[in-house]
Design a protein around this ligand. Sequence first.
Ligand code: FAD
Length: 417
Amino acid sequence: MTEPSTEYDIVIAGGGMIGSSLAAALASLELRVAMVEAVDRGAGEQPSFDERSTALSRSTQRSFEALGLWRDIAAASTPIARIHVSDKGRFGFAHIDAAEQGVEALGYVCINRVLGSVLAAALAEAENLKQYCPARITGVRRGPNTSRVSIRHADGREEQLTARLLAVADGARSTVRDMLGIGVRHSDYGQKAITGNVLTERPTDGCAYERFTEDGPIAMLPITNGRTAFVWIAGSREANRLMELDDTSFTAELEAAFGHRLGGLSRVGSRSAYPLTLSRAVRLTADRAVLVGNAAHGLHPVAAQGFNLGLRDVAALCDCIADELAEDAAADIGAPAMLGRYAAWRKPDQQKLVTFTDGLVRLFGSRRKSVRVLRNLGMLGFDLIPGVRRSFARHTMGLAGRLPRLARGLPLRTPAP
Ligand SMILES: Cc1cc2nc3c(=O)[nH]c(=O)nc-3n(C[C@H](O)[C@H](O)[C@H](O)COP(=O)(O)OP(=O)(O)OC[C@H]3O[C@@H](n4cnc5c(N)ncnc54)[C@H](O)[C@@H]3O)c2cc1C
C-alpha cells in the first residue's frame, strides 16, 4: 500500500555519519527535514556507526562545537598531541606537534559508535526532523521544483516524500546517486583495512603513529582506557590471511610489522576488515539534488580524512542554505544557482584531498628505489622545514582554504561576511 505524499524542504538519503551530522546541523534552521536510513541503530548493525575509530580534525571539532555537541563527543574522545610518521626499515621520519602548531590538540580520536550515540540523542531533540528508519529509498523522480522520493519501510509499506532538495548521503556505494543518473569513477586499491584495538606495553602519551611498510601503512591511534586503536592496511589476499589468524598470532604479526615504539602488544579486541576503493562522483549536483560525504567521494583511509572532508561538505551546504534563507522570504533552497555555488565551493577541497590521499598511497606503496629515496628525503625535508610542516598540518586539521561558518565554529545564523 502506498501512502499519500509527505512534503519537506529537505530529504536526507542515509542517516550514517554524514547524513546524521547534516540533520543535526539543519536543526537550527526553520526547515522541515526528513532523514531516511536503511538500518536501525538499535540492531547494533549500523554500518556507519560501528567500532571503528575516527580521527576528527580541528575543523570537525569546530563544527560540532558550533552545533553544541562537542562537549559530549570530547568526553568520549582522546586528543592527539603529536603525529609520528615513519617508513619501516628507512632512515626518514616526520612529526607534527600540537604545541608547535599553537593548538591544544591536532585532532581527537572517537569511536564511531560513540559519535553515533551523541548524534542520535541530538536528533531525537530536533523538532523540525522526521526520521524514517529503518526505511530504504527505492526511487527518485525529479521535477523543476521538487524531488519525489519513494521509500520502503521494513514491513514492506511504501511511502512518497517530496522535497525542494534531496541531500544524498548514502555512502560510497550510493544507489540514490545512481537513481539520479550521476556517474561515478571507482578504482579498487586491491587492499583492505583491518581495524581493532590492542593493549600496548608503553603508553601512547597522545601520539598517533603512522608507519608505512612494504605491504601498506599501519596507524596506531590513542583511545580511552589505555588501549590503542589500529588500522592495518594490506593487500586483499594478505588481509584475508591476517583476518583468519587467531588473536595471539595476529598480535605477534602486528607487533612485528609496526615495530617496538609502543613496546609489546597484547589483548587484541575484535577485528573488522574493509575493502578499499577510491570513488569520485562525476558531478556533485543534479536538479533538486546534491551529494555529500562518501556519496560524493570515498577516500583511502591513509590520511584519516574521509569523514572530515564530508563534514566540510555538510558545513558548506548548510552555509549555502542559510545564505539562501537569509536573502528573502521566497528563498528556494534547491534552486540551480544555490546548487552551483555549493559545487563550485566544494570541488577544490575534494580534488585536493583525493590527489593527496591517492598520491600518498602510491608514493608509499611503490617498491621502486628512486621513489623510496625521494620519499625518505621528502620525510626528512618535511620534518626539517617548519613552513612545510605547518602547511601540511593545516590541511590535516581541515583548516586550509575558504571555511564555512560551522567549520569556523560559528552558528549558521551568523550573518555572512
Ligand atoms: C577503516 C576506515 C578508517 C577510517 N578512518 C577515518 C578517520 O580516521 N577519519 C576520517 O575523517 N574518516 C575516516 N574514514 C572514512 C569515514 O569512515 C567515512 O568517510 C564516513 O563513514 C562516510 O560517512 P557517510 O555517512 O558519507 O557514508 P556511510 O558511512 O557509508 O553511511 C551511509 C548510510 O546510508 C545508508 N543507506 C545506504 N543506502 C541507503 C538507501 N537506499 N536508503 C536509505 N539509507 C541508505 C547506510 O545504511 C548508511 O547508514 C575511515 C574509513 C575506513 C573504512
